[in-house]
Design a protein around this ligand. Structure first.
Ligand code: NAP
Length: 328
């Protein structure tokens, strides 16, 4: 029996693990069998994580976070959580291997995944001109002609941001009107570097090792044409990875896990959530890491209260040895 099981190995999961491990809670991190390290494993240079003035490769950053968590006693398991039983005081996680692990508490930090267009060129050229994050990759498109796909707030925000770098930004939207809020629309409409391509969907992205263009289909008359481009930013929404907790935890209308105010407490006692899975807005590595910190501190308080109440005493006995909060 573990004191805390953390599901997810992105910045939220590993930061929760660092804090929980330093609090002698010996966390178990279920890190995924294929994608340990989360979305940053798909990123190249990370230039906006504080403490790395020269930048750091996404996978290196995640490897450092993992090492830091392990140094204090976190155990990282390369397996997938496939089913949760979280209603009772003992939280049970069934793993892909068939093994079941149990804990007094659970941190759910499964992140979110950018929605994909779902075309072949998109997968093949991902990281080679196809990106899902303007703040991460915009810098690499100085004086380039690029496109943003989507008509929501994210697409407007990304397009406007990208005009700082690119010489021209097409916004390719499948309808004739935007979903984005008026203020974001107006900002984009006023920007001379942005050109809207209405009623169009991308049906292919062209290029061998780098993006050279896209094939667009007119959604009104069905005609197709090629548009020369050096980059494609896909901004058609993000989906929090919540499939494991559907029907088990309350969700928000945006589809994220609902937490209590600024805490990480979910609708089920002893289950905490952190990172992109609770955040429909910021979705940055740094904010996810901060959210993981909140979750670990909430877990500490929860386990301490459990210990005081005399509930599963055996598994929370180490709580007496917790350093005080100032020392953490
Ligand atoms: P969104 O509002 O769901 O918009 C997604 C856009 O992508 C829509 O225009 C949609 O087209 C298009 N789309 C979806 N699937 C597509 C596909 N397969 N192919 C082509 N186009 C596709 O998502 P979002 O823009 O990421 O925003 C999510 C939430 O975050 C919203 O509540 C938004 O207000 C909020 N947000 C706020 C800010 C801000 O205030 N600064 C910034 C970003 C996001 P249709 O319109 O035709 O459906």
């Amino acid at each position: 029996m573990r004191q805390v099981i953390i599901i997810g190995s992105g910045p939220a999961g590993y930061t929760a693990a660092i804090y929980a491990a330093r609090a002698n809670l010996a966390p178990l991190v279920v890190a995924s069998s294929v994608e340990a390290g989360g979305e940053l494993m798909n990123t190249t240079e990370v230039e906006n994580f504080p403490g790395f003035p020269e930048g750091i490769q996404g996978p290196d950053l995640m490897s450092k976070m993992q090492q830091q968590a392990e140094r204090f006693g976190a155990e990282v398991l390369y397996d997938d959580a496939v089913e949760l039983d979280i209603d009772g005081p003992v939280k049970r996680v069934t793993l892909g291997s068939g093994k079941v692990v149990e804990g007094d508490s659970l941190v759910f930090a499964t992140g979110s995944a950018p929605r994909k267009i779902g075309i072949e060129g998109e997968t093949r050229l991902s990281g080679r001109g196809v990106s899902y994050c303007a703040t991460c990759d915009g810098f690499f498109f100085r004086e380039r002609v690029i496109a943003v796909v989507g008509g929501g707030d994210s697409a407007m925000e990304e397009a406007t941001f990208l005009t700082k770098f690119a010489s021209k930004v097409y916004v390719i939207h499948r309808r004739g009107e935007l979903r984005a809020s008026k203020i974001m629309q107006e900002r984009a409409f006023k920007n001379d570097k942005i050109e809207f391509v209405w009623n169009s969907e991308i049906i292919d992205i062209l290029g061998e090792d780098a993006v050279t263009g896209a094939v667009l289909r007119d959604t009104v008359d069905g005609s197709t044409r090629e548009l020369p481009l050096e980059g494609v930013f896909v901004a058609i929404g993000n989906d929090p990875r919540t499939h494991l907790v559907h029907g088990k935890l309350d969700l928000t209308p945006e589809g994220t896990v609902r937490v209590d105010g600024r805490t990480s407490r979910t609708s089920v006692p002893g289950v905490f959530a952190a990172g992109d899975v609770i955040d429909p807005t910021y979705r940055q590595a740094v904010t996810a890491a901060g959210s993981g910190t909140v979750a670990a501190l909430d877990v500490e308080h929860y386990l301490a209260a459990l210990g005081e109440a005399g509930a599963p005493a055996a598994s929370v006995s180490e709580i007496d040895e917790l350093p005080d909060a100032d020392a953490a």
